[in-house]
Design a protein around this ligand. Structure first.
Ligand code: AP5
Length: 225
């Protein structure tokens, strides 16, 4: 069976984190890294990296490529993912062609390149509604939505009972800037992966429509020799 080495692409709020959770529940051997979660954990721990990240994130700007690349590459090494048999999923990184090229250079010598990139194509009108109702548990990255998947107890994480927080970049103003950043960077990024021949797209407004399409792409890749 082929390994899964998947990047989920999509606008802010398109459901990358949500689909990641569903995939982890479906594939026992799969693990994931979200660049946004890594950055938010640095902010919560009040590290120097976190201090820099907070300034960019609260303003809806992408962090400098070198900064995020080093953070994620270190995580890949720490997790032991630089091996041909490893299966994993990336959420939020790479986000620019520069990041994509750096990642490719990092993975290719280990024969551990990405083998699938899937764009989640969700209408922007749907996304805006979701963001207003999102709450997160920062240490784990678990995501809730007051209408779609509310916590069992108001304001608390289902597994740890710890408090949920609202992301500071989920305001209407900052969200607009994040969408602009996405629109500016996604076209060349998609071209980069289309040229390699690993870009796919799934479209829809609900997980019931998106998730089966995602599963289908992965299952075909797993069987393909
Ligand atoms: P990051 O954390 O990556 O944020 P993002 O890409 O803006 O994506 P989101 O986390 O907002 O959304 P999502 O697609 O995961 O949606 P979710 O599943 O939560 O990045 C944050 C910031 O960090 C960036 O702005 C940047 O500053 C910095 N950064 C990160 N990576 C970087 C990089 N590589 N380079 C430079 N800077 C970087 O879903 C959203 C909501 O909708 C949730 O409430 C969820 O419950 C709900 N929902 C999901 N699916 C459904 C559904 N089917 N039906 C109903 N509700 C749903």
């Amino acid at each position: 069976m082929n390994p899964i080495r998947l990047l989920l692409l999509g606008a802010p709020g398109s459901g990358k984190g949500t689909q990641t959770s569903r995939l982890l529940a479906s594939f026992q051997h799969l693990e994931s890294v979200s660049s946004g979660d890594l950055l938010r954990q640095q902010i919560q721990r009040k590290t120097e990296l976190g201090r820099i990240a907070a300034a960019y994130i609260s303003d809806g700007r992408l962090l400098p490529d070198a900064f995020v690349t080093e953070l994620v590459h270190n995580e890949l090494s720490t997790k032991g993912w630089l091996s041909p048999k490893s299966s994993w999923l990336l959420d939020g990184f790479p986000r620019t062609v520069t990041q994509a090229k750096s990642l490719r250079s990092k993975l290719t010598p280990h024969k551990a390149s990405l083998n699938m990139v899937v764009e989640l194509d969700v209408p922007e009108s749907v996304i805006l509604d979701r963001i207003e109702n999102r709450y997160v548990h920062v240490p784990s990255g678990r995501i809730y939505n007051l209408t779609y998947n509310p916590p069992k107890v108001d304001g608390l994480d289902d597994l740890t009972g710890e408090p949920l927080t609202k992301r500071p970049d989920d305001t209407a103003e900052v969200f607009g800037k994040r969408l602009d950043s996405y629109r500016q960077t996604v076209t060349p990024l998609k071209k980069f992966y289309a040229d390699i021949g690993i870009l796919h797209k799934v479209s829809g407004e609900t997980s019931d429509i998106i998730f089966p399409q995602l599963l289908d792409i992965i299952q075909k890749k797993l069987k393909h020799v």
